[in-house]
Structure formats: C-alpha cells, structure tokens
Design a protein around this ligand. Sequence first.
Ligand SMILES: *Cc1c(COP(=O)(O)O)cnc(C)c1O
Length: 360
Amino acid sequence: MKIHNFNPGPAVLPPEALRLAQEEWSDFAGTGMSVMEVSHRSPACQELFTETEQLLRQLLGVPDGYHVLFLQGGASLQFGMVPMNFLGEGKSADYILTGSWSQKALKEARIVGEARVAATTEEDNFRRLPKPAEIKLDPGAAYVHITSNNTIVGTQHHYWPETGEIPLIADMSSDILGRQFDVSKFGLVYAGAQKNLGPAGVTTVIIRDDMLERCPDGLPSMLDYRTHAKAGSLYNTPPVWCVYMMRNVLLWLKSIGGLREIEQRNRAKARLVYRCVDRYPKMFIGHAEPGSRSVMNITFRLPTEELEQAFLEKAKTEGLIGLKGHRSVGGCRASLYSALPLESAQVLAAFMEEFATSHG
Ligand SMILES: *Cc1c(COP(=O)(O)O)cnc(C)c1O
C-alpha cells in the first residue's frame, strides 16, 4: 500500500534524497566508505559541510555577515542556548507566546535570566497570532523571541514583528525552507532538522555576526555560539550523517526550483485541505483562525471522539499516516511539510470529503 506520511516530525523526506543516499550508501564521494565511516576531519567531510552550508545560503538567500551553524541538541537546546548567550546579568528578553513551543522557550529563558511576555494569545487557546498592536515590547529588551510556525496548534506568523534595533530571534523548526523569508530581519534563526530539513539529529542556526560579539565569556565551550562559528561547526564530532541527509534534501529543493517553487506547492497543498475544513465545518472543526492558519500543520477536530477515532482508523487503512493531533491538544493534525507530495494532499482531501459526506 502506498503510504502518505503526514507525520509531524520526524517527517516525510523527498524520495530523491533517500535514493541518493541509497546510491552512495557504501561509497560516499569516492572514499570507498559510507558517510558514517569517514573522519569528520577528512577533506570529503569538510566538502560536505561546505556544500551543505552553501546550498542553505543559496536557497534561503542568507546575506553576508551571517554564520550558518550545524549543531546538536535539537531546537530544545536552543531554548536554553539563546538566553545563555544573550541574556546576561541585568538584561531582560521579550517572548511572544503563540503555542507550547514558545512557552517552553520562555521557561528555559527564565531558568537563565529575566524574560517578559510581550504578547500572548493563550486566552484564545492559541488559535491566532497576536496583532502587531497587541505586542508590547520592552525598548531595552536583549532580544525578542518568536515561534514562526506553531507546529502543535497549527498557526503561522504571516508578518514579522517590528523590533527596531532589538534583535529578532525565531524558532523556525517547522517552517524553515517552506516559504521565502528575509533573513536580514533576524539576529538569529534556529530550526531542528526533522520537519523540513532532514532527519532528527542536527539543528541549523543562522546567526548574524554582531550577535556573536554579545556572547559572554565563561560558558562551557559547547554552549557558546562562538565556538561553533570559529570551528565551522566542526569543533567536536558533528552529526555527519544528518548533515549529509540535509544536503540531499537541499539538492532536491534546489532541483525543483528552490523556495519560490516550494512555497507555491505548499500553498496549493494547504488550500486543498483547508477547503475541506471550510466546506464541512460541522465535521471538521478547524482550530486556527483563518487569518493565522499554518501552511505546514493543519489542525482540526471532529464533533465527537468516536468520529475522530473512526476517521483516524479509516485513514490508516488507506495509507494516510500520522494524522493524530499532538497529545497536548488532541484532535487531528495534517502536517504538509515541503517533502510531502501534492498527491498526498489530494488523497487526504478526497478522503476527508468522502468521510464528511458518508458520516454527515
Ligand atoms: C519540533 C519543534 C521543536 C522541538 O524540536 P526538538 O528538535 O525536538 O528539540 C521546537 N520548536 C518547534 C516550533 C517545533 O516544531
């Protein structure tokens, strides 16, 4: 049976990326060894890191004056590393709360130092993003932290808060490379790879050079961004396999036409599924307010738990995998990351339509 993988992360990978890995499985770049067996100090591995970084820079249009880093520990380690590097004594950071990932980021920041809530939509169950006028920034904030796409509740920032001179920092784990955006608006962007970039195990950090100058002395080396910037992400043994798979994903993305093309495709996929939500509102109760909807994660409930269960079980028998919502909010969630083919969204939309008409 053909599988349509709507998993929220780890998530679907492009078949082209997997096929290339299969071809190079036991002979990476003419070394006669698999990529997992080569030394991270070897020229082949250095080239792999350079190539991956260049692909990422090209695809995202990263301007000069930024470092691109490949780290470990997931986005969750960045929740702590960001404040450790930028939230020293006497400073305070601003957090915009739009879901449980931003709440987690705030919690970690408060372990390290002072952090304020500059805006939150928790009283609306995070169904929407705050409007620009609802964001109350501290003009002296060390940075402003946002979550660009809220993987669990299914909302997405469709504008970037104006922060003036205050560096804007974004957790883009679930929508990086899913759409075009202007990197120069950000002081730092981070993303765990396992949604849109590759397998779990590597975290991409894009950091503006002046941010590196703010890092304090005295941090353990591994937690200091400067360590990794100086060493080209090869300070200690890096997750070579994960970077390799990311390279394969980026090669695929480049081959189909980059972000402009993938943004169109992602929009087309989301439109198909939201159309079902809008057409059968008694069967599929969308969680996100229309103006805040995510293109990557579509969240909805059915009117009863029994129907929800029936929907998920029937979906599984037709090869539609990973549609159960996050355990913290329940319901259903369709993750339509970049590597998910249009066909899978079409199959899901047809399935939803059929389910709504036969159970309505
Ligand atoms: C998945 C996710 C995380 C957690 O990532 P880990 O790599 O598991 O630490 C954090 N933020 C967002 C927005 C996510 O989607």
